[in-house]
Ligand binder design. Structure first.
Ligand SMILES: *[C@@H]1O[C@H](CO)[C@@H](O)[C@H](O)[C@H]1NC(C)=O
Ligand SMILES: *[C@@H]1O[C@H](CO)[C@@H](O)[C@H](O)[C@H]1NC(C)=O
Ligand SMILES: *[C@@H]1O[C@H](CO)[C@@H](O)[C@H](O)[C@H]1NC(C)=O
Ligand SMILES: *[C@@H]1O[C@H](CO)[C@@H](O)[C@H](O)[C@H]1NC(C)=O
Ligand SMILES: *[C@@H]1O[C@H](CO)[C@@H](O)[C@H](O)[C@H]1NC(C)=O
Ligand SMILES: *[C@@H]1O[C@H](CO)[C@@H](O)[C@H](O)[C@H]1NC(C)=O
Ligand SMILES: *[C@@H]1O[C@H](CO)[C@@H](O)[C@H](O)[C@H]1NC(C)=O
Ligand SMILES: *[C@@H]1O[C@H](CO)[C@@H](O)[C@H](O)[C@H]1NC(C)=O
Ligand SMILES: *[C@@H]1O[C@H](CO)[C@@H](O)[C@H](O)[C@H]1NC(C)=O
Ligand SMILES: *[C@@H]1O[C@H](CO)[C@@H](O)[C@H](O)[C@H]1NC(C)=O
Ligand SMILES: *[C@@H]1O[C@H](CO)[C@@H](O)[C@H](O)[C@H]1NC(C)=O
Length: 694
């Protein structure tokens, strides 16, 4: 930042009047002050790693002066007799290790009192007896301290809790214990000195959308952990080499899952593993909010380190069993698409070159499963925990089509033309076969596979996103059908009983916006994520992994409802969608070397969005009034792109002024039946767009 400002000054024309130079200097100074991104007040991440509970949720048994525990130096909260307990509410989902100070203890008949800690993300599982669950069997048992004498007590490193809003402190035995204060050592985002140092922002005249954007960003922060604090599933059966399984109900977090100092995992509470499918949604949301690319790269490196000689990539990262023992056709391809996303957001060609041989081997493995019908034949059902994946599944084939499409772009980036023809020809074959075999013209949807009558959400959403359809009327028909299946709580994934999947629906949001249907996109976003944020059983800060079509917090793949994760990165699609489609900042080339500004206001009248990449800052701010539209946007100097001005179905006259040199770039009156009018070939810089409608 400093360097750039200095360069701006240094490169200013030598004959520039002093007054203007001074203004320049003043500008630079203001820029310094506004280095922190806009709208800080919405950021949920704490400003310090020491976090205190906010309120008392419940008191049970004989507890006196309960409020004292909330603050230091206010005196003692006294617990007397077995099962006296307090439930503390941190006000939002948090992660880390609890400490508390004891100033007095008295034993009963010589027995040392013990204090247990239990945790829950949701208010549903608050209990003095058990935490919520990480496994499908018994919920997690309390972590217990024997209180021999006064002092400070801290949860050991590996017994940190990766996600909880409620903490219950229980005196489990007779006797008394006086506690003066309780605090949390917050462990997520271990590599960020300032966890509020966002690179992106979003704001609009809809407060719900603003809160959703920031809750998505924070969800991904809570899912970014020290790699040495991974794998909450040890007691659920995934035991790293050299360790023994814990008894049921004991969860400890000391498996090192990746190299480096941070890693993005699926969920804060569990599994705390690298899942490439989840990255598909989490990564773009991270890129537009904190631009924390390294925590994704560490995970991708760990997946590629386990690639088999035949090219198969693992379903999940270490210590998950490696292929072919455990393999997913779709997650294998998600890893390949994650590499594309990494290149798109970072622009790091060296990184791409390092992965390219593995990438081609991975794509070749997938192409090897395409049979005489022209479609991939899926022989392992492992996926996002939907049911019955197999055969010529539309989901897997649409994802393969999307993967090859990205492969062509990557091949061009590394200048390797050996595979492009194969990828293109296979795409042609797959598209023709999918439409011939799987398109059900009677309903206007793709069938799950050859023999199925199921019309899945995942495969149909992917068919829109991948472009595997043959004509736009198919895409519109699918989108319409999906919309008609929404319940009051969101979009239903019929391929997983009656699940609502925030993962697949994150992708469905993008599908609606990609068809220029911002009304549907915003409606689904408000309906599903509004519920996920505001329902009192939720955390009011992070997004849940899955639930049921009728709003019951039961996720069909899990027998144990307490196991559901309430902070899952795969549920954070809105953060990306609001920046990319509503504010309209789309990167079309590596790190935004090329871009498209395409705002989709829906019913919003004021929208602002911004992000940064390795190439610099991108920002958009616009207002909509009944017959006009005004927008300012900025993209880094040295880039190029286009702007799409919304028409709202009307005749539009517009002007685009390049503020760097005050040149008017476009000034036209158009009569169009399109959603947008396009002005292309713009160089990076600041622009002012004015449009009037007739
Ligand atoms: C509650 O505990 C206090 C000691 O902290 C004791 O004096 C009091 O008698 C107890 N009350 C009951 C109802 O047990
Ligand atoms: C929090 O934990 C870290 C890592 O163990 C430690 O370095 C730090 O001192 C702790 N901070 C507090 C306030 O306990
Ligand atoms: C992880 O923690 C568990 C529970 O404390 C312990 O049994 C195990 O030895 C630890 N493993 C490592 C590698 O530290
Ligand atoms: C797909 O694979 C399964 C399992 O190997 C096999 O039984 C089936 O015949 C294959 N389908 C086709 C159409 O090749
Ligand atoms: C096709 O989908 C149905 C569910 O709709 C499933 O029962 C069947 O097993 C799938 N076919 C294959 C070959 O997996
Ligand atoms: C599809 O790709 C495979 C592997 O690269 C290749 O052998 C095959 O010829 C391609 N199919 C077509 C129709 O080009
Ligand atoms: C679009 O493609 C589908 C699938 O091939 C076909 O059934 C339908 O008739 C086509 N519709 C139009 C309008 O071309
Ligand atoms: C969405 O708008 C773009 C730009 O005007 C247009 O090219 C595209 O065909 C539209 N898509 C649909 C489904 O109408
Ligand atoms: C939810 O969090 C927001 C801040 O993001 C806060 O303003 C609001 O009061 C909270 N709602 C409840 C019910 O706690
Ligand atoms: C809601 O769905 C759940 C899970 O499928 C089911 O157990 C429950 O009975 C349903 N509740 C109502 C009121 O329909
Ligand atoms: C847009 O419409 C939704 C209802 O569909 C409403 O809740 C929201 O407040 C509206 N937003 C604005 C800014 O008018």
């Amino acid at each position: 930042m400093l360097l750039t400002d200095y360069e701006a000054l240094a490169s200013s024309p030598p004959n520039m009047p002093m007054k203007i130079l001074l203004q320049f200097a003043l500008c630079a100074c203001l820029l310094q002050i506004s280095l922190s991104v806009k709208y800080q007040e919405y950021i949920l991440a704490p400003s310090s790693r020491t976090v205190f509970p906010r309120t008392i949720n419940a008191v049970r048994g004989n507890v006196t002066d309960s409020d004292n525990i909330l603050r230091k130096d206010t005196g003692t909260t006294r617990f007397a007799g077995a099962d006296s307990s307090i439930t503390l509410d941190f006000g939002l989902n948090v992660a880390g290790r609890i400490s508390f100070s004891v100033d007095s203890v008295s034993r009963d008949q010589g027995n040392i009192p013990s204090v247990g800690l239990t945790y829950s993300e949701s208010s549903l599982w608050i209990s003095s007896q058990m935490s919520d669950g990480t496994g499908n069997g018994v919920n997690d048992v309390p972590f217990v301290f024997d209180i021999e004498s006064p002092g400070m007590f801290t949860v050991p490193q590996e017994f940190l809790r990766g996600g909880f809003r409620y903490l219950t402190i229980t005196l489990q035995t007779p006797g008394t214990v006086g506690i003066t204060d309780v605090w949390l050592n917050f462990t997520a985002m271990p590599h960020f000195e300032n966890m509020r140092a966002y690179t992106g922002y979003f704001h609009s005249d809809d407060e719900l959308l603003n809160r959703i954007w920031y809750a998505g960003a924070y969800t991904n922060q809570l899912c970014t952990i020290s790699p040495s604090e991974g794998d909450a599933l040890v007691q659920g059966g995934i035991v790293p080499p050299g360790e023994s399984a814990a008894p049921p109900g004991i969860t400890f977090l000391n498996t090192t899952i990746t190299k480096g100092t941070s890693a993005v995992v699926d969920g804060a509470k569990r599994d705390r593993l690298v899942w490439p499918g989840d990255f598909t949604v989490a990564f773009p949301a991270i890129a537009v909010s904190t631009y924390d690319l390294i925590s994704i790269a560490n995970g991708l490196d760990s997946l590629f380190a386990e690639q088999t000689p035949a090219g198969q990539l693992p379903y999940a990262g270490f210590p998950y069993p490696t292929p072919p023992g455990s393999f997913s056709f779709t997650y294998h391809m998600y890893s390949l698409m994650d590499v594309y996303n990494y290149y798109l957001w970072s622009g790091d060609l060296e990184y791409l070159k390092g992965k390219w041989d593995g990438w081609k081997k991975g794509a070749a493995w997938s192409l090897g499963t395409v049979d005489q019908t022209g479609l991939m034949n899926v022989t392992s059902s492992a996926d996002w925990l939907r049911f019955y994946l197999g055969g010529h599944a539309i989901e897997a084939n649409a994802i393969l089509y999307a993967t090859l499409q990205r492969g062509i772009q990557l091949a061009e980036a590394v200048n390797d033309h050996s595979v492009i023809e194969d990828y293109k020809n296979n795409m042609t074959v797959i598209k023709a076969a999918a439409n011939a075999r799987l398109w059900d013209a009677s309903v206007g949807m793709f069938r799950d596979n050859d023999t199925s009558t199921l019309l899945p959400q995942d495969g149909n959403v992917w068919s829109i996103l991948s472009g595997i359809f043959q004509n736009t009327s198919q895409a519109l028909s699918i989108a319409n059908y999906l919309e008609n299946r929404w319940t009051a709580y969101g979009a239903v994934a019929v391929e997983a009983a009656d699940a609502i999947s925030p993962f697949i629906t994150s992708l469905e949001l993008e599908a609606h916006f990609s068809l220029n249907n911002s009304a549907a996109g915003l409606e689904l976003l408000r309906r599903q994520w509004g519920f996920m944020l505001n329902d009192p059983r939720m955390t009011n800060s992070t997004f849940i992994e899955g639930y049921s079509a009728n709003g019951t917090l039961h996720y069909p793949p899990y027998p144990n409802d307490a196991r559901i994760s309430y902070a899952h990165g795969w549920a954070t699609g809105p953060t990306y969608t609001l920046t990319t489609y509503v504010a309209g900042i789309q990167l079309t080339g590596p790190a935004g070397k090329t871009w498209m500004i395409q705002p989709q206001p829906g019913n919003l009248t004021e929208v602002e969005g911004g992000l940064s990449t390795n190439l610099g800052k991108f920002s958009v701010a616009y207002t909509v009034s009944p017959n006009s539209f005004a927008m300012q946007f900025e993209t880094p100097v040295g880039t190029s792109g286009s702007v799409m001005i919304p028409t709202f179905g009307k005749t539009v006259s517009y002007s685009i002024k390049h503020l760097n040199d005050n040149k008017v770039v476009g000034d036209e009156k158009k009569l169009v039946g399109e959603f947008f009018v396009e002005q292309d070939s713009l160089e990076g810089g600041s622009y002012q767009v004015e449009a009037n409608y007739f």
